[in-house]
Design a protein around this ligand. Structure first.
Ligand SMILES: [Zn+2]
Length: 396
């Protein structure tokens, strides 16, 4: 296939003309309130090193944020009403790439000759042709996951569309990576949990780690054997864990001691586990590589006005005892996060307030490749993160 024809060292050999190498990691719902204590305790050494070498801060999100809605805004830098993927279900149908009414980032990069690799990114099913490869993420449909909503089909059991582009990559992955779960484990229903809380929680967390390990292996395989100039990888188990195992206290809405007292560290531990995934990816990041880590939104415990209906988080399994969520009407209540490092990006820069938004990610990525921002994009280039943005433009 096309990618194999690209010499691995071509970028170093022709440095002035080479396209930048960029790795983007989307961490579903990564919540800064959870991460800060872990950074202080030294439990996220890899993220700490990225912060020290780069710029970071909050990332403003859209109203009532959820994954497909925000990711599609991130892909297109347009409003949900404009790009069409307004939620998990749109007009009674599971959100899918055929609904996108605005051109996504991967298409713009591909057209400009940038090699593109994407894996496990939400709302990319069925996969679209790119100048490289695409392996779908959240909202992939398959056996035991017929609607594709918040469940984990195996690659070999995908239905209703392609999860891998090009098709020839699928047998290669099955052979060299093994059959892996896409997205993350479905959350349990209240009935599954009742009377077996600790046992079920431990079993569920074990499955989550199996999935994370498979995805780590997949990412390492792709970055090693199919290096691309632009690589976009997704993680989604963190958010799902937070929805029902956020470490809340008895006064919080929805508190149930038999569930919420069992594994108080389950949610923060997801970020410790993510840091290990990041460590594996960092092995592929040299001083000429841009690394962008972002979350589409945060996640917070339910509020007083959810008290009458604490399990009404419609975006997730309807009988799951949800105690934290992110689809608050005011997206500013649950900002995402943004971390960037690479050539010409300021070191140890803290972005204050909500000046950076999910709309700005695509224009900033296009800028790294010297591609002009299309008119429909509502975001801006995050010039404040660069040492000298004007020189960078002149160099293009
Ligand atoms: Zn969620």
């Amino acid at each position: 296939m096309l990618l194999l024809a690209v010499p691995v060292f071509s970028q170093q050999q022709s440095a002035p003309k080479a396209k930048p190498r960029v790795i983007v990691i989307g961490v579903n719902g990564m919540e800064l309130d959870m991460i800060r204590p872990l950074l202080l305790k030294g439990q996220m050494p890899n993220l700490a090193s990225v912060i020290q070498k780069g710029a970071y801060g909050k990332l403003r999100t859209v109203s009532a944020p959820n994954c497909p809605r925000v990711y599609s805004t991130l892909f297109t830098s347009t409003d949900p009403e404009e790009h069409g993927v307004t939620g998990f279900i749109v007009g009674g149908i599971t959100a899918n790439t055929n609904m996108l009414k605005e051109e996504p980032l991967w298409s713009m990069l591909s057209k400009s000759g940038v090699t593109v690799g994407m894996a496990n990114v939400p709302a990319t099913f069925p996969v679209m042709p790119v100048n490289g490869y695409m392996i779908s993420g959240m909202l992939t449909r398959g056996k035991n996951c017929e609607d594709g909503v918040l469940c984990a089909p195996k690659l070999s059991e995908v239905m209703g569309g392609d999860a891998v582009y090009p098709k020839s990559l699928q047998p290669e992955l099955l052979k060299n990576v093994g059959d892996f779960y896409i997205d993350c484990e479905r959350m349990p229903g209240a009935g599954d949990l009742k009377g077996h809380e600790a046992e079920f929680i431990d079993k569920w967390l074990g499955k989550v780690q199996v999935i994370r390990d498979q995805q780590t292996k997949l990412f390492d395989y792709l970055l090693t054997t199919h290096p691309t100039e632009f690589t976009f990888l997704g993680q989604s188990c963190e958010d799902r864990t937070g929805h029902w195992l956020y470490p809340i206290t008895p006064f919080n809405v929805g508190y149930n001691a038999s569930i919420n007292n069992v594994r108080q560290d389950a949610f923060p531990n997801q970020y410790v586990a993510f840091d290990a995934v990041l460590g594996s990816i960092l092995k592929h990041v040299d001083e000429n590589t841009y690394l962008i880590i972002f979350s589409d939104h945060g996640i917070k415990p339910l509020r007083e006005f959810e008290e009458k209906d604490p399990h009404a988080h419609m975006d997730h399994e309807k009988t799951t005892p949800v105690i934290a969520k992110h689809d608050f009407a005011d997206g500013d209540d649950v900002p995402g996060s943004f971390f960037a490092m690479g050539p010409g990006i300021k070191h140890d820069l803290r972005l204050m307030g909500l000046g950076a938004s999910v709309y700005d990610v695509a224009p900033t990525l296009l800028y790294l490749y010297g591609i002009e921002q299309p008119k429909q994009m509502r975001g801006r280039i995050l010039t404040e993160i660069f040492e000298n943005a004007n020189n960078k433009v002149a160099a293009k």
